[in-house]
Design a protein around this ligand. Sequence first.
Ligand SMILES: Cc1ncc(COP(=O)(O)O)c(C=O)c1O
Length: 415
Amino acid sequence: MRALPAHGRDRASLMAELEAAKAGDVSWLDARMAVYFYHLDEEVTRVAQDAYLAYWTENAMGTRAFPSVKRLEEEVVGMGLSLLQAPRDAAGTFTSGGSESIFLAVKAARDRAREEKGIARGNIVLPRSAHPTFDRAAHYLGLEVRRVPGRRNDRRADVDAMAARVDAETVLLVGSAPCYPFGVFDPIADIAALAAARGIWMHVDACVGGFLAPFVRRLGRPVPEFDFAVPGVTSISADLHKHGYTAKGASLLLLRDAALLRHQHFSADVWERGPYMQPTTQGSRPAGAVASAWAVMNFLGEEGYMRWAGLLMETTDRFAAGIAAIPGLAVLEPHELCILVYRAEDPALDIGAVAEAMGRRGWLVGRQAEPDGVHLHLNPQHAVAVDGYLADLRESVAEARASGATASTPAGRTY
Ligand SMILES: Cc1ncc(COP(=O)(O)O)c(C=O)c1O
């Protein structure tokens, strides 16, 4: 175990060591992975970084001390609400990421059901393809989770099957826009109608799609309805640090009605220092993440987001067509936006062996568990990688075929 050094070191040698430490990491700049990172170009990154550093010391918890942070946060939330067609009475909160936005939605739904319906335990009903962070939230909050397998033909939520699992104790219904495993939108309008008919909170997880789908739609591509224009949608999570392309630690939880905020908030008057109230699970919060989001959104504007969305969708099309053209591989259909899964349709070809051959060629491969396949979540930076990826994939398929190898690790072991 390394101990704190007795004496400090100079800044230049520390920076050099940090830079050198990255030598063994997978290169996101060359888009050698389709997970974990988002990048547009150096200029946007500089805007995000400069804005973050401009608010390095400020604390977003301290709204009395830093009214400027409060104003930036309100403007970021306002841009999110208008993009997702929220009504006038809507409200939103800047959070640290998708997981926190979702946690707060589950908590708010639970607390409203407790107050209005006297529900003691409570359960949540969601498609099998929804993000595991709903289970994490339910675990923390003492709720039962009812996951419902999706439809066989298109892997979207099976709303009839979800309805069959709803009972008097159900506090929340969930749909994704799109879901992470397959990149398809659930039938949000149908889930929301079910929720409205039963007086249940309905959350749309648009962590991936929230800051992408509206621009893809404006480009003229078909995008299913998923936002507040759909009656019965109570809340939406939309991540700024995904396709908003802002610094990490940034997401929005948006509520249709500001009156619901009190179910999300936590307050206590329990210590000598007086009352304490927080809208999120955090106390001190980095104002840099807020400033970064504000700056990137204003730097890009609608036109910028549309331009990058266009490149991303063209890049996704190139990946999908290139993969589908390789004999033995098939891309799962349908897929929307920028998530793709491909698998081997030839029984003699082991997709895990293909994935491992890609790994030997320097690609960090995300292996899908069901069906056994390869998962790609693309962003515009992948435009630099399409040709190299497809060339290596052709070689990897040939190698796996020639050797007849099977994967050394089971499907889905690598996230
Ligand atoms: C659909 C969806 N929801 C929620 C999350 C969780 O977001 P975060 O990693 O920002 O907590 C993710 C992350 O990939 C996601 O894809």
